[in-house]
Design a binder for this molecule. Structure first.
Ligand SMILES: Nc1nc2c(ncn2[C@@H]2O[C@H](COP(=O)(O)OP(=O)(O)OP(=O)(O)O)[C@@H](O)[C@H]2O)c(=O)[nH]1
Ligand SMILES: [Mg+2]
Length: 340
């Protein structure tokens, strides 16, 4: 099925170009030889029909549509079944564990930890330190976080996974994942967590202007790119009634809340059987989308909601604000969506 989606998208692009080229070529032909066409006493429709390649293009289009229908029928019934409609399953008592990855965030880590620690029902904040060389660890600890350190920098995805695993060693029934760079706000949990009464995972979207600080790091390219990638990802799980399992507008957002049992369902998918070695799809850039994809394919119920997005404090680690890196990351997302 993964290959099927890839083939469908790539043949769609090829056929789209062929169809458009054919239309343009013919419009051009009619525009320069209109008199000849009239004199030849053939009608416009006959002319189209007799056009070289026309029949082959139509056949290719028909085959593509049939293949699409087969794909739609064969793949899992993405969320048109009743278990993906409204349910109400509130958590009686809320015990929240927050995890955040940090790498050389001494400038902002104190604010990030205290912001989350002071929110209602937060029992623990766990900082996964990626072998920082500054004072991140000491500051995070004195701010009240439990800090997990590493012997070397193992990348962002490793911190993401380690943090999620670590939360399962607590008795929390709500797991919150966020960043330690000050862009996300603890008080948004009060808007996200109520959705867990109806779903398994709530993902933030940083795409709403009035919720974004003017100096935030999303420029036009990142907003348009993210929305395009979100729509493309949604297309993979398209269903006709709701146009997809949920609406996606921000494929790169790490701020998310989930029910403990939902995390337990997907955590094993990050690693190869009985080992701590990551599966091939786990990658520092697409780890968020990977987590979302595992949730969808494990039939978890997801809701994406707008959240606030503040200015990045401290030094940017991903360098996403540089155009060349943003383009590279975008292509990695496209590859992930097409092949995973
Ligand atoms: N990029 C990156 N971030 C890391 C790493 N280890 C921990 N982090 C932390 O992960 C959080 C988010 O990083 P990213 O999502 O990659 O960065 P971003 O939000 O896209 O861009 P910046 O905030 O500008 O770095 C920050 O709190 C980092 O300190 C790492 O190896 N690479
Ligand atoms: Mg960031």
């Amino acid at each position: 099925m993964k290959k099927f989606f890839f083939i469908l998208v790539s043949t769609f692009v090829a056929l789209f170009i062929i169809n458009i080229s054919w239309i343009i070529a013919n419009l051009f032909y009619w525009s320069i030889s209109g008199i000849d066409v009239i004199l030849s006493e053939t009608t416009l429709l006959e002319d189209i029909y007799l056009s070289t390649y026309f029949i082959w293009i139509v056949w290719a289009d028909v085959v593509w549509w049939i293949t699409l229908l087969i794909y739609a029928k064969q793949r899992k019934a993405y969320k048109s079944d009743s278990e993906h409609y409204l349910i109400h399953n509130p958590l009686d008592t809320k015990k929240i564990c927050v995890t955040m990855s940090a790498y050389n965030e001494e400038e902002i880590i104190k604010d990030a930890v205290t912001d989350f620690i002071k929110q209602p029902n937060v029992e623990r904040v766990i900082v996964i330190d990626n072998h920082s060389t500054d004072k991140t660890v000491e500051i995070a600890e004195s701010a009240g976080a439990k800090v997990i350190t590493k012997k070397s920098n193992k990348g962002y995805a490793h911190s993401w996974y380690t943090g999620l695993k670590e939360t399962l060693n607590t008795d929390a029934n709500i797991i919150v994942l966020t960043d330690a760079d000050g862009t996300f706000s603890g008080y948004d949990m009060a808007k996200m967590i109520p959705y867990l009464d109806n779903c398994d995972m709530v993902i933030g979207s940083r795409m709403t202007q009035v919720l974004s600080e003017e100096t935030n790091q999303n420029d036009t390219f990142l907003v348009w790119g993210n929305k395009f990638l979100g729509a493309f990802f949604q297309l993979k799980y398209f269903n006709s009634r709701h146009m997809g399992v949920t609406q996606f507008t921000d494929v790169g957002c790490s701020y998310r809340c989930m029910r403990r049992e939902s995390l337990e369902k997907i955590i094993g998918d990050f690693t190869k059987n009985d080992s701590e070695e990551f599966v091939d799809e786990v990658d520092d850039i697409t780890i968020g989308l990977f987590t979302t994809q595992r949730a969808i394919e494990n039939d978890l119920r997801i809701v994406e909601i707008p959240i606030t997005f503040k200015e990045r404090k401290g030094t940017s680690k991903s360098g996403v604000t540089q155009k060349d890196k943003a383009i590279k990351y975008g292509l990695q997302f496209i590859k992930f969506i097409l092949t995973s």
